[in-house]
Design a protein around this ligand. Structure first.
Ligand code: PTJ
Length: 267
């Protein structure tokens, strides 16, 4: 396998390192080929946002932290991209929230399920749900392989964290009475639109920030946490996220020569 050396001083070094991670895990069978395309889509949105966690994203992260802390059966749904990018952080998040980790794939194959489970176990996951025969339950109204879920995981969950997908599963999970927390750089995706809480930010920044937020909020009593979660309005927050894309593009359009704005502008 050709390994690309990324010069430290390269202006896009971090972005290139993330790409290399995905390519490496594409070759190891964790990421599906469509996962590389999905990443490109996310990158484009992130570029417009200035590759920073915005205020609306931080508000959504706070609501997500409160929701996870008060959940009875939280589950983190993991696909190929998620495992490749943040498996270590996902395991830490599952430990501090007691959330189960379930593999749930659009392009499901037994080889990929096992490769993802192995990667999660290498980063010290103790139990991984939804692999092989364990995904024996079905979510109604979904045509894709995503309908297969674990009766000990997503099926009985009250809160499901759904990072990086655009499809009909979130709508179906919400119809089943579950709270869905989505992480998606595209505020217009079906998942972003139908979720209970949508975090419009890059997963590589979201999970570490979510962990910090949970550690900060964990001493608060249930009433306070319920209050944070119930005062969050996803429609309003999505509107604020979309407005930021709009504002930033408007500023860039005025400038024309846009690179300096990436360094000095705060969102
Ligand atoms: O591993 P599988 O088989 O379950 O497949 C995973 C992919 C990602 C291929 C599958 O879920 C898929 O096709 O997803 P979509 O429909 O391309 O949606 C992915 C969404 O994630 C898009 O809206 C992207 O903008 C967004 N996205 C991509 N990378 C990131 C991201 N959002 C946050 N952080 C990212 N790094």
């Amino acid at each position: 396998m050709t390994k690309i050396e990324i010069p430290q001083e390269h202006p896009r070094a971090e972005s290139l390192r993330i790409r290399e991670k995905l390519v490496k895990h594409f070759k190891s069978g964790v990421v599906t080929s469509a996962g590389l395309i999905a990443h490109g889509r996310g990158e484009a949105f992130d570029y417009i946002l200035g590759e920073k966690t915005t205020k609306p994203a931080l508000k959504a992260i706070e609501a997500a932290a409160a929701t996870l802390l008060t959940a009875e059966h939280p589950v983190i749904s993991v696909n190929g991209n998620v495992a490749a990018l943040v498996s270590k952080d996902i395991v830490e998040l599952s430990k501090i929230t007691k959330a189960r980790i379930e593999v749930n794939l659009f392009h499901r194959s037994s080889e990929r399920e096992i490769a993802i489970k192995k990667l999660l176990e290498e980063t010290e996951a103790t139990e991984v749900f939804g692999v092989g025969e364990a995904a024996s339950a079905r979510i109604p109204e979904i045509g894709s392989e995503r309908r297969r879920v674990d009766p000990k995981g997503i099926l009985i969950a009250d809160v499901v964290l759904v990072p990086l997908e655009d499809g009909d599963r979130t709508e179906a999970l919400v119809q089943m009475g579950k709270k869905v927390i989505a992480i998606d750089l595209n505020p217009l995706s079906r998942t972003a639109q139908f979720a209970t809480i949508t975090i419009v930010d890059n997963i590589v920044r979201v999970i570490p920030t979510l962990i910090k937020m949970i550690n900060k909020l964990r001493t608060k009593d249930k009433r306070k946490l319920d209050n944070i979660a119930s005062s969050f309005n996803n429609e309003k927050n999505l509107g604020e996220a979309i407005e930021l894309f709009h504002k930033r593009l408007a500023k860039l359009a005025k400038k024309g020569v846009y690179l300096p704005i990436l360094e000095v502008e705060e969102l």
